[in-house]
Design a protein around this ligand. Sequence first.
Ligand code: NAP
Length: 324
Amino acid sequence: MKAILAREFGGPDVLKLEDVPDPVAGNGQVRVRIHAVGVNPYDTYMRAGGYAIKPELPYIPGADAAGVIDQVGPGVTGFIVGHRVYISGTALGKAHGAYAALAVCEQHQVHRLPPRISFPQGAGLFVPYVTAWRALFGRANARAGDTLLIHGASGGVGIAAVQFAVAAGLTVIGTAGTDDGLSTVKAQGAHHAVNHRSPGYLEEIVALSGGRGPDLILEMLANENLDHDLTMIAPGGRVVVIGNRGRVQIDPRKIMTKDAAVYGLALWGIPEDEVRRAHQAIIAGLESGALNPVVGTEFPLAEAARAHAKVMAPGARGKIVLIP
Ligand code: NAP
């Protein structure tokens, strides 16, 4: 089969399309013919070699994909050849193995994809939607009526969070850095969309939340924004740090005086029971129509290096997807 292989850690150019032997489904495993692969920012951190999870070289990147089961190993129940599925990791690793034409997965790593959802949409489900669900309902205790700021709402996790939060009855303010990004955020049902590159946008957010500030903030770039978040958060508010690319200086007094809390989140550390609940919430939302993954750009699998450059560039508007 064709697969993207990284034989060393480094820049996007280490990603090469190669021919590798077809994998075979073993005990308790299924093989998925991949129709679309989701590209996530962490794929680039792992490729560069500095990520918390460092696979043995050579490795096939990626944990997000969607396709059709084409082989079922012994002992598998509930899945047959022909089922449409999205995956959450592969048998090669919970965070890699998906940038390929075929992937073998443990049974718990495959999830039925409702007919109304396309394969490119299905490729953007696991990492973004499980992260967004955990941030909202597992960390921030989101409840109907809360005002939520999604600081970075135009990318994979942000869009997922907008859709979950709108369906749950929160008032949603989402930020983006371009006009396309802002329209994408509004199209998901966000009540307000604000440009995080406009001077004065923080004051605008406070005004939009009735002068109190947001009750909850999901933060995609904590190294730039965390101190500002603590300035504008409402009394008793919660900030969830999802994305961070450096160090930041904060004034802890703001946490004290606001009676606020700052939570962290790491997808790979979410307890198994919570991950199962997240997938149940995702599938229910896909079936009801509340959740609709947004595909921004598609590249052929061979152009994984270009996709890695793009996912780190400004101007997000949905998922970047590779087509094998
Ligand atoms: P993405 O699709 O690349 O989207 C990035 C988002 O951040 C876009 O909305 C982008 O908006 C926004 N952004 C850029 N500059 C910003 C700023 N100064 N202030 C606020 N937002 C800004 O990435 P993603 O998949 O949504 O992931 C978002 C972040 O969370 C990444 O850093 C990723 O590594 C991390 N993440 C962490 C976990 C975890 O387990 N903790 C899980 C998934 C993702 P514009 O491009 O329009 O400026």
